[in-house]
Design a protein around this ligand. Structure first.
Ligand code: B1M
Length: 215
């Protein structure tokens, strides 16, 4: 099978939410001599773009977005062990987490998958992440972007605490801050001093990509 055919199979497996298909295509990609980077960016990521378009067109819903994330993860699990350090040319670095007190991570994980597929290096701090942990991570990893998720009205206020802590630590101006999650609004994001609000994962990642292209 030609490299082009394998890339098309990788793309289609993501679009069709086909977990077995993506694992097989990822193995074929390695056998055909594609690098993991090519398989991700020219294969699976193209599929994710189509999934995003279908979601925006109302053809796919959240369930498909989550399944696409899972399918992508399965494909990545085949390719990741074959990645050499420096193989993947990252377009930017993102520190991401669900804020303190909040254990919801399904939406954040979709954002992580889409960011990874778009070529970002992602440092995922997980759930229930305190302002101090965000600040420590910014100092340690020197990211371009800090991304926060919250699903509860009681925890979204903790996003403001993170931004304040970044200011107090003198690192706020070094990063762009994007926030997202079901209870948030554009207005709330502006009010707490975030640089952007992602209505959904696709919009959030598109904003990050725009920032990366202006670096
Ligand atoms: Co919870 N929960 N939950 N829950 N839960 C909600 C959020 C709730 C709306 C349900 C309801 O009452 N109708 C409600 C919140 C009410 C409120 O505050 N307004 C609620 C509650 C009350 C609770 C508990 C307090 C319940 C209890 O114990 N009494 C509790 C709190 C636990 C805690 O966090 N401390 C709780 C627990 C849980 C489970 C653990 C059972 C589970 C989470 C499992 C997990 O995440 N691993 C859970 C679930 C599954 C939900 C619902 C049903 C689904 C959330 C979800 O995963 N959606 C939810 C109701 C609902 O939303 N329909 C609910 C799918 C996901 C893909 O969407 O996360 O919105 P979402 O992410 C989207 C966008 O928001 C956006 O992109 C994603 C994809 O497009 N996005 C970003 C998210 N982060 C982003 C960041 C970005 C950009 C975009 O940039 C950085």
């Amino acid at each position: 099978m030609s490299k082009r055919e394998v890339l098309a199979r990788l793309r289609d497996a993501i679009v069709n939410l086909d977990i077995d298909g993506v694992k097989n295509a990822a193995r074929e990609a390695l056998e055909t001599g594609l690098t993991p980077y090519e398989a991700i960016m020219e294969g699976m990521a193209k599929g994710m773009e189509v999934v995003g378009q279908k979601y925006e067109a109302g053809e796919y819903f959240l369930a498909e977005l989550i399944m696409a994330g899972e399918t992508m993860k399965e494909g990545l699990s085949v390719l990741e062990p074959h990645m050499k350090a420096g193989d993947m040319k990252h377009i930017g670095r993102v520190v991401i987490g669900t804020v303190e007190g909040d254990l919801h991570d399904i939406g954040k994980n979709v954002v992580v998958t889409l960011l990874t597929a778009s070529g970002f290096e992602v440092i995922d701090l997980g759930v229930d992440v305190s302002a101090e942990k965000f600040v420590e991570a910014v100092k340690q990893y020197n990211p371009d972007i800090v991304a926060m998720s919250a699903l509860l009205t009681t925890t979204m206020v903790n996003m403001a605490k993170v931004i304040k802590a970044l200011e107090e630590a003198g690192v706020r101006s070094k990063v762009k801050v994007i926030v997202g999650g079901a209870p948030l609004t554009e207005e709330y994001a502006r009010q707490i001093g975030a640089d952007a609000y992602g209505r959904d994962a696709v919009e959030g990642v598109n904003i990050c990509k725009k920032w990366a292209s202006k670096k």
